[in-house]
Design a protein around this ligand. Structure first.
Ligand SMILES: CCC/C=C/C(=O)SCCNC(=O)CCNC(=O)[C@H](O)C(C)(C)COP(=O)([O-])OP(=O)([O-])OC[C@H]1O[C@@H](n2cnc3c(N)ncnc32)[C@H](O)[C@@H]1OP(=O)([O-])[O-]
Ligand SMILES: NC(=O)C1=CN([C@@H]2O[C@H](COP(=O)(O)OP(=O)(O)OC[C@H]3O[C@@H](n4cnc5c(N)ncnc54)[C@H](OP(=O)(O)O)[C@@H]3O)[C@@H](O)[C@H]2O)C=CC1
Length: 267
């Protein structure tokens, strides 16, 4: 379904980390369908290049480059490559990340550090490098961080990831204040359950075959999310329609974080 005009983000240039797969791929596609030029990145070159070919076939101007967001030099190469390719950057989507489920008493120091490093440090490196380009351009920019719906509620089994995402949340609120004078907006969204290969490999396989059905039972709207729904939200937040929104966190989970509601209903 097409929601936004193909001119909404015309002449805008967007970087999407983890843009070769799952949520990042769909967000990138929706930004591209709304007119943005794309640079998609992830560690696996062959994955981002295959997605680039799909986008080019749809008529979306796309480049792909491999980057490990944990490596500041590679992150700077991503920024330089984007500017060399398209002359500027306007939009950043920090989507790359993830975790492995594990009882907290069993997480090794290395395991803890791996998740914090990938999510929190990696997100900061990309955010800082892109924001420096925004400031140099003097154009402002829009940054959206993909966080988790249970950011404030907590989630047993992924303490390292929830800690890292709350670190990003604190960073995001601070940077929204610090960089408002440069017209850099920075927001976060918290997806509930969206079925992707990555999610199935990392989460559902460890949690059991019925994980998705079980989680879905708790969703008031009675279904998992559609990936396009994330793409539309990020497109909105990246567009002029959201020019007065910064430092915000929006949950998109079909009401899941509301819980089941009151057991007593007065009718
Ligand atoms: C409701 C759903 C909500 C959320 C859904 C999603 O997010 S869906 C999106 C889902 N998509 C993703 O999550 C994809 C992204 N995820 C990843 O790329 C990786 O899982 C990573 C970044 C978390 C770790 O990568 P890395 O290359 O830095 O790790 P490394 O190999 O160098 O090991 C370092 C330490 O970590 C330990 N360890 C690592 N893995 C596991 C494991 N499975 N099991 C146990 N432990 C594990 C490893 O043992 C070692 O500790 P040790 O033995 O030395 O004490
Ligand atoms: N699916 C869901 O229900 C939910 C997902 N999320 C979050 O949404 C994001 C996308 O998840 P999803 O699409 O489901 O799963 P994926 O596993 O498909 O997405 C993870 C992406 O991040 C990239 N990535 C991971 N680490 C790095 C790194 N160090 N440098 C560069 N790229 C990296 C991966 O590419 P590569 O391996 O090639 O580097 C991959 O493209 C994640 O942050 C996830 O935690 C949040 C809530 C719910």
């Amino acid at each position: 379904m097409k929601i936004f005009s193909e001119h909404l983000l015309r002449e805008k240039v967007a970087i999407v980390t983890g843009g070769g797969t799952g949520i990042g791929k769909q967000i990138a596609q929706e930004l591209g369908r709304s007119g943005a030029k794309l640079v998609i990145t992830g560690r696996r070159k062959e994955v981002v290049e295959a997605t680039m070919q799909e986008f080019l076939a749809l008529g979306i101007e796309t480049r792909a480059i491999s980057t490990d967001i944990r490596e500041p030099q590679q992150v700077q190469r991503l920024v330089d490559y984007t500017v060399e390719s398209f002359g500027r950057i306007d939009i950043l989507v920090n989507n790359a990340g993830g975790q492995f489920p594990k009882k907290s008493e069993e997480i090794s120091p290395n395991g803890w550090n791996a998740v914090i490093h990938n999510n929190l440090n990696g997100t900061f490196y990309v955010t800082q490098a892109v924001a420096k380009q925004f400031i140099k351009q003097g154009t402002g920019g829009a940054i959206t961080n993909i966080l988790v719906s249970f950011l404030h509620r907590g989630a047993p089994g992924i303490a390292h990831s929830v800690a890292a995402r709350n670190g990003i949340y604190g960073m995001m609120r601070t940077l929204a204040l610090e960089w408002a004078k440069h017209n850099i907006r920075i927001n976060g969204i918290g997806p509930g359950l969206f079925v992707t290969e990555g999610m199935q490999e990392e989460m559902a396989s460890a949690a059991g075959a019925h994980f998705i059905e079980q989680v879905t039972q708790d969703v008031p709207l009675g279904r998992t999310g559609k990936l396009e729904e994330l793409g539309w939200l990020v497109t909105y937040l990246s567009s002029p329609a959201a020019e007065y929104i910064t430092g915000e966190f929006i949950i998109i989970d079909g009401g899941n974080s509301l819980g089941r509601g009151l057991t007593f209903v007065p009718y």
